[in-house]
Design a binder for this molecule. Structure first.
Ligand code: AMP
Length: 543
């Protein structure tokens, strides 16, 4: 027998309708190139989203068509999220930090029909537009008076587009399982893979992130997402904040600027923020240098990479609780949050210093287990470590246009995270290692394989390997290890680093180069990264 409750579809349009009626006067403040503090209300934001959607409805798009964005965190990006997804299109957020060849690959693989871009990215996009045949128009996110001259074919001014639409636009009814957003993640092997979120998965994830032991978002909060909207939908903040009625503060392209972030926190009375460890190092450096405080801030969530204890302890001194969050693009992204500080009194100082470093406990909705190499489940004893598998309504079941792509490599119905972890009897998960070899610098992936490919192209190099190595600012930076070829006796580290110029993104260039006589190999001839990491365990980058 079925229950007799209404079968209301969980779609993003319901957030718009709720926020317009219930949270309409809450503010959204943005830093943009045109205005250091653009401010308006949710009601105005969603009215403009409807105008934008109406304008887009004349483009002859089909439901499910991809609308890409190459944009910072700001109000126009927020409007585009909702205008595209609530119209039944898929908002494909692209990471502008990717190398142009990857951008071309992603735009073509996603078959993006229109691309919305911040003027900052015009030089990048002008160079690749000719290689993107599916794109019918490029929307430059600027006002008419700030619209830059561009060689882009069919360049459209964002504000003119919005002005051409009606705010009376009504959202079409959608199935909750329809796709709403797409985000590519770059792995160790081959090309980036697309994670395709549904309205339902996004809604359930947003609900879950609001819970007290997760991000704890309420109407009383002022939320500053320093996690990019182009990387897993800024951890769901653009959805959860209008649900809760929390004020949103968008940092625009100032995500790496400690001074602006501290000014935003203090001027806008930010209570809650989320970002990768690198961001918090910048904020702390500014606080120390300026003697400022951040008294409104009650909590930050640090994720994307392991958080050093020093960050948490320094924030203790400012009266800010630093919570670790763990997740991944394939998990929308949130899997666990560490809210152990809320039970601080139940731990000794020593135990607390240990427990707070862990990834945290799974939020309701995420199931997890650890397995050994044979796939046998391991105990939750805090010591046994194995491959971490997860499942839940906001976990990816397979990648976009890559059916059978191995999301379920180990066991049907479970997603293999690629992380190695322990889980203790209370459910605290701790990442101990990564089964993948990609490197994570400042929260962003660097593909070791691509860097190695460029390095081994050098005529004086016999063999090369790249490993991620601890860096105090970026969490991890690539360290290149080279075996010189027969003609390479005079090859220097400087020669090697210059070789990367123009061949890969600048920030992918190795931090340092070390030379060895030979690299450790497996029986099948593969370089043993684990052994290499062990060899360079005590290494320190000079900068
Ligand atoms: P992404 O899909 O780019 O968000 O990256 C997800 C990966 O980042 C995870 O599989 C982990 O390897 C790593 N990661 C995320 N959060 C944490 C954390 N709190 N501690 C350690 N590694 C993390």
């Amino acid at each position: 027998m079925n229950g007799l409750m209404m079968n209301q579809q969980l779609t993003l349009a319901s957030i718009v309708e709720h926020a317009e009626r219930v949270n309409g006067s809450a503010e959204i403040v943005s830093v943009t190139a045109e205005n250091p503090r653009h401010r308006y209300t949710y009601r105005e934001a969603f009215s403009r989203s409807r105008q934008l959607a109406d304008a887009m409805s004349h483009w002859g798009l089909q439901q499910g068509d991809r609308i890409a964005t190459l944009a910072w965190n700001d109000y126009r990006h927020f409007e585009t999220y909702y205008a595209s997804a609530c119209s039944g299109y898929v908002c494909h957020t692209i990471n502008p930090r990717l190398f142009p060849e990857q951008l071309v690959y992603i735009i073509n693989h996603a078959e993006d029909r229109f691309v919305f871009l911040d003027p900052d990215f015009l030089p990048l996009v002008e160079g690749l537009a000719a290689q993107c045949p599916t794109v019918r128009g490029w929307v430059v996110m600027a006002s008419e008076s700030h619209m830059p001259a561009t060689e882009l074919p069919n360049a459209i001014c964002y504000e003119s587009l919005v002005a051409s639409g009606s705010a009376d636009f009504q959202w079409p009814p959608l199935d909750e399982n329809a796709a709403c957003a797409l985000c590519y993640t770059s792995g160790t092997t081959g090309n980036p893979k697309g994670v395709l979120y549904s309205h339902r998965s996004t809604m359930l994830h947003a609900y879950a992130t609001m819970m007290p032991d997760a991000l704890a978002i309420s109407r009383a909060d002022v939320v500053l997402p320093i996690v990019p909207m182009f990387h897993v939908n800024a951890w769901g903040n653009p959805y959860s904040c209008p649900m809760a009625g929390a004020k949103l503060v968008f940092p625009g392209n100032k995500m790496g600027d400690g001074e602006t972030l501290c000014a935003l926190i203090n001027e806008e009375k930010v209570t809650l923020s989320a970002g990768v460890p690198t961001v918090w190092l910048g904020v702390l450096a500014h606080l120390k240098a300026s003697g400022q405080r951040v008294d409104s801030l009650r909590q930050i969530v640090v994720g994307g990479a392991a958080c050093p204890l020093s960050i948490m302890e320094e924030f203790d001194g400012y009266g800010v609780e630093a919570r670790v969050g763990w997740g991944m693009t394939e998990m929308s992204p949130l899997g666990t949050v560490n809210a152990s500080a809320s039970q601080r009194d139940s731990y000794s100082d020593e135990a607390f210093a240990k427990i707070r470093l862990k990834g945290g406990r799974p939020i309701f909705g995420v199931q997890m287990k650890i397995v050994d190499d044979a796939g046998e489940e391991l105990p939750w004893d805090g010591e046994s470590f194995g491959s971490l598998l997860v499942r839940g309504p906001w976990v990816c079941s397979s990648y976009f246009k890559l059916e059978g792509s191995g999301a379920h490599a180990r066991e049907a119905g479970w997603f293999e995270t690629g992380d190695v972890a322990t889980i203790d009897p209370d459910g605290f998960m701790a990442i101990t290692d990564r089964t993948k070899d990609v490197i994570k610098s400042g929260g962003e992936w660097i593909s070791s394989i691509e860097v190695e490919n460029v390095a081994t192209d050098h005529p004086k190099v016999a063999e090369a390997a790249v490993i991620g190595h601890y860096h105090p600012k970026w969490s991890e930076r690539p360290l290149l290890i080279v075996v010189r070829g027969p003609q390479g006796q005079d090859l220097t580290a400087e020669d090697m680093l210059q070789w990367f110029d123009g061949k890969i993104a600048k920030w992918w260039t190795p931090e340092a180069v070390e030379f060895v006589d030979e690299l450790p190999h497996t029986a099948t001839g593969k370089i043993q990264k684990v052994a290499l990491r062990e060899m360079f365990k005590g290494y320190t980058f000079s900068s």
